[in-house]
Write a protein that binds this ligand. Structure first.
Ligand SMILES: C[S@@+](CC[C@H](N)C(=O)[O-])C[C@H]1O[C@@H](n2cnc3c(N)ncnc32)[C@H](O)[C@@H]1O
Length: 218
């Protein structure tokens, strides 16, 4: 799959690309391109945003700048799945992540300051996604959230089996994952549940399912 991220800070993604599971699929299952609006802006001095019509504080990402960036990369064959990252978009869930992970090509548009000229969202994007009902300073953390969440669903990203029994997975009926414990078995009088050290795999699986169900009840 290919993910193209349009941003003003491609260098900010360096940390993410060095981390597993993303690093494990980069160049094989995932082709990640980081594209800078400034490289293709039709405006002078690398300008990409402008004052809002009607007045008010802040700057708005220009529609001609984003159109030029998309045209430069896709030309006459516009990308189908162009997602504007916006607190006003539909909320990101694991189901949305699974949906995107099945795509061959996803384009993410990041904005900053006051956000996008509305014509970008209406005419250049196919979708808008929010990572939660709160406002961040720019779309780059949301873009990284999406890239990471998608990457870990790609083949080879995770160790065998570790991506299946997770919170929100079908294996747990969309519920939360059961609790985990590791050594030491006793610490400050806090003991690991006996069942986990019983060696009885059937009991362990039943206990885990029960724990998952219990913590998934709202
Ligand atoms: C400061 S925000 C703009 C908020 C906008 N003025 C509003 O009130 O809806 C700047 C940019 O950060 C990104 N952003 C902020 N919060 C986000 C969220 N919860 N989900 C996705 N993107 C977000 C978007 O790209 C947004 O255009």
């Amino acid at each position: 799959m290919r993910i193209d991220v349009f941003t003003l800070v491609p260098h900010a993604y360096a940390w993410l690309t060095e981390q597993r599971p993303l690093a494990a699929v980069l160049g094989t299952e995932l082709d990640l391109r980081l594209l800078n609006y400034r490289d293709t802006t039709p405006l002078r001095a690398g300008q990409v945003d402008d004052e809002p019509y009607g007045g008010g504080a802040g700057m708005v990402l220009r529609v001609d700048v984003v159109a030029a960036a998309l045209d430069a990369v896709y030309g006459d064959e516009p990308a189908q799945r162009v997602i504007a990252l916006s607190p006003q978009g539909r909320q990101l869930t694991q189901a949305v992540v699974e949906e995107l992970a099945r795509e061959e090509h996803v384009v993410l548009l990041s904005a900053r300051f006051e956000g996008f000229d509305e014509r970008i969202v209406r005419h250049l994007a196919s979708d808008a996604i929010s990572v939660g009902p709160y406002v961040l300073s720019n779309g780059d953390l949301p873009a990284m959230v999406l890239v990471d969440a998608i990457a870990r669903r790609l083949p080879g990203a995770l160790a065998e089996g570790s991506g299946e029994w997770e919170s929100f997975s079908a294996e747990l009926d969309g519920g939360l994952e059961y609790p985990h414990y590791t050594r030491p078995a006793e610490f400050r009088g806090w003991n690991v549940p006996d069942v986990l050290v019983s060696g009885d795999h059937k009991r362990i699986e039943d206990w885990r399912r029960e724990q998952s169900r219990a913590r998934s009840v709202h």
